[in-house]
Design a protein around this ligand. Structure first.
Ligand SMILES: [Zn+2]
Length: 318
């Protein structure tokens, strides 16, 4: 899948960063998934390789404005573009009524089927979208907030057809038996399935988190994880001054958690606007603090950053 960041700023947009929005797209599909939709996301899309026309489903982590104020405009523009395919919006309990009211008072009636699905804190499995299984877990924030995991349901299997043929195994039923995981007895000889089937140990899984003060909320959710995308709104110094009323995470806190749980790739986003200028409060503070506690592959997200995870779970920036 390909992950693209459409907004990486916390609370307000800045000159270089828009508010939260992240896309998830299968490698072999034009259709895609959006996680959060800060104000101006539709404008960000115009500068990306994505089109609202092919948007299939939107997931909302929570209802703070910087995570969903862009949604009514995006829904409206998608209709004006002539899109006719169904769009599903999945979000926390309570989002449907205000969104429907917003559309109604604006006399905005999208021409395509629009499906709203609400979840509550007890729901873990949200369904399968574009072949990707989506699950959620609750986070620690001052509004009901979620992390989502995106995982291909099928474990990829590679059948070593040439080897089977050269070992005298005929096409058809005999090969199908080996491919299904069963051993095969043929001509008094036993052929072991494991000698002909390469199974990847698991399929790729990406976790995208909403705002979260306490990374330990993810303990039962984190494994397996190829890529963890988490907010780092501040550095720890700021949280020490501001105290426990801050419902956001520091670079130290999430980096320590990722190191402890052997997360191979950690991507930080949702940066306070105060770190985005040059000088004392530069983004280097976030990066330097993270590197003190985490030795894995650290990525500091920028708007339009694209990360590809291929079928062998190899990760690259494209
Ligand atoms: Zn929030």
């Amino acid at each position: 899948m390909i992950i693209e960041f459409l907004g990486t700023s916390a609370a307000c947009p800045t000159h270089y960063r828009n508010t939260s929005a992240i896309s998830v797209k299968p490698l072999d599909n034009k259709q895609w998934i959006l996680v959060d939709c800060g104000e101006g996301t539709q404008h960000q899309l115009l500068k990306s390789k994505l089109s609202a026309f092919h948007l299939d489903v939107v997931f909302l982590t929570h209802l703070h404005g910087d995570h969903w104020f862009g949604l009514p405009g995006l829904l409206s523009s998608r209709s004006l573009m002539g899109a006719t395919s169904k769009l599903t919006v999945v979000g926390p309990k309570g989002f449907t009524e205000p969104l429907q009211n917003f559309l109604k008072v604006s006399k905005c009636y999208p021409e395509y089927p629009l499906d709203f699905v609400e979840f509550d804190p007890q729901m873990q499995n949200l369904g399968t979208f574009l072949g990707i299984k989506v699950q959620r877990v609750s986070l620690d924030h001052d509004l009901f907030c979620s992390a989502f995991s995106f995982q291909y349901e099928e474990v990829p299997v590679n059948f070593l057809n040439d080897k089977a043929t050269s070992d005298g195994i005929p096409d058809g039923k005999c090969k199908a038996i080996l491919k299904s995981g069963e051993d095969l007895e043929l001509g008094g000889k036993l052929f072991l399935s494991k000698d002909y089937v390469e199974r990847l140990d698991r399929s790729q899984r990406v976790i995208i988190c909403g705002d979260n003060r306490t990374p330990e909320c993810l303990i039962d959710f984190i494994s397996p994880c190829d890529l963890l995308i988490h907010e780092s709104t501040h550095v720890s110094e700021y949280l020490k001054v501001d105290g426990p009323g801050q419902y956001h995470c520091s670079a130290e806190r999430i980096a320590t958690f990722a190191a402890k749980h052997n997360v191979p790739n950690l991507c930080l986003t949702h940066f306070s606007p105060k770190y985005q200028s040059k000088g004392q409060n530069s983004m280097n503070l976030i990066e330097d603090e993270s590197k003190k506690f985490y030795n894995g592959n650290l990525i500091i997200a920028d708007d339009y950053l694209r990360i590809q995870i291929d079928k062998n779970r190899h990760l690259s920036q494209i």
